[in-house]
Write a new protein. Structure first.
Length: 295
């Protein structure tokens, strides 16, 4: 049985830019806002943090700055995936040295590894570091859905600490929990399905929406942990328009627009991602108005 690294809400933080470069003061401001809201863990350089277009030195700078501010206020989880196992190992080791408390490792994309290849990839990474590794399954991005059979094999690895499942397939969540039980904690990677996933036994959410409204996302997750699913469901439904707006275009384009609208200018996404279109921006304004974040 593995004790979850965290329960409740973790924020997959945007990476703030100024003139195309890392905006250090804004990063500290964003982290302070998260810890003030009681968020227990933060992911840096993940999908929402534009890890795909950050250089390795930029990722390590983010981790160092994040650790410098967070200290023990919240767990620092570093995005450290690659479709090249050797690169993923090197990045994982560098992230650990830079101060990461744990790693979030996306499955190897494009290559479409076999079950044996996925297991070998993750085992190599896990054995190369001394900190926990969270698996990250996001088939809409990678083109590959990690099968339950892989989780069943990997959950026996001591420092594989769980999985972030960015799926809308609740049946699969049930299958993972049935196959691995307490040996593989599961976190929702779908903001719109946090309450139902937690009703099945997920430990919380690694959230995009918590960039915008960390208090509300945290309250939803805490209610679900307490078994108060009436409250969790009510919050889930209240946040539905925002969650829909946040995924009107590819993440993190909408969430960066949302952050600007609520007063945290984190810059635009790096190419090939472009700015949110006018129609979707209007939808975002309306969604933010419904939850009281803009007038």
């Amino acid at each position: 049985m593995k004790k979850p690294l965290f329960t409740g809400a973790c924020t997959a933080l945007v990476t703030p830019f100024l003139d195309g470069k890392l905006n250090h003061p804004m990063l500290r401001q964003l982290l302070r806002r998260q810890t003030d809201a009681g968020i227990q863990a933060v992911v840096l350089a993940g999908t929402t943090g534009e890890g795909a277009t950050l250089s390795d030195p930029e990722k390590l700078t983010l981790i160092r700055l994040g650790k410098e501010y967070l200290q023990d206020k919240a767990l620092l989880i570093a995005g450290a995936g690659s479709n090249d196992t050797a690169h993923a190992v090197a990045l994982a080791q560098a992230a650990e040295e830079a101060g990461a408390d744990a790693l979030l490792v996306v499955s190897p994309y494009y290559n479409k590894a076999t079950e044996d290849g996925l297991c070998a990839h993750y085992l190599k990474i896990a054995q190369s570091v001394h900190i926990p590794v969270i698996l990250y399954n996001v088939p809409s991005r990678t083109g590959l859905d990690i099968p339950v059979s892989v989780y069943r094999r990997l959950c026996r690895v001591p420092n594989i600490a769980g999985v972030k499942e960015a799926t809308t397939d609740l049946k699969k969540i049930a299958q993972i929990l049935a196959a691995c039980g307490p040996d593989l904690p599961v976190w929702s990677g779908e903001d719109a399905l946090t309450a139902p996933m937690m009703a099945l036994g997920a430990q919380g959410v690694i959230s995009v929406a918590a960039n915008v409204c960390p208090v509300e996302v945290g309250a939803l997750a805490q209610a679900a942990l307490a078994g108060d699913f009436d409250t969790a469901a009510a919050l889930q439904l209240r946040l539905l328009p925002l969650n829909e707006a946040l995924f009107s275009q590819v993440n993190p384009v909408p969430v960066k627009a949302a952050m600007e609208l609520i007063g945290y200018d984190c810059g635009v996404c790096r190419l090939p991602l472009t700015e949110l279109g006018d129609r979707d921006r209007m939808k975002m304004v309306e969604a933010l108005r419904k939850i009281g974040y803009v007038n």
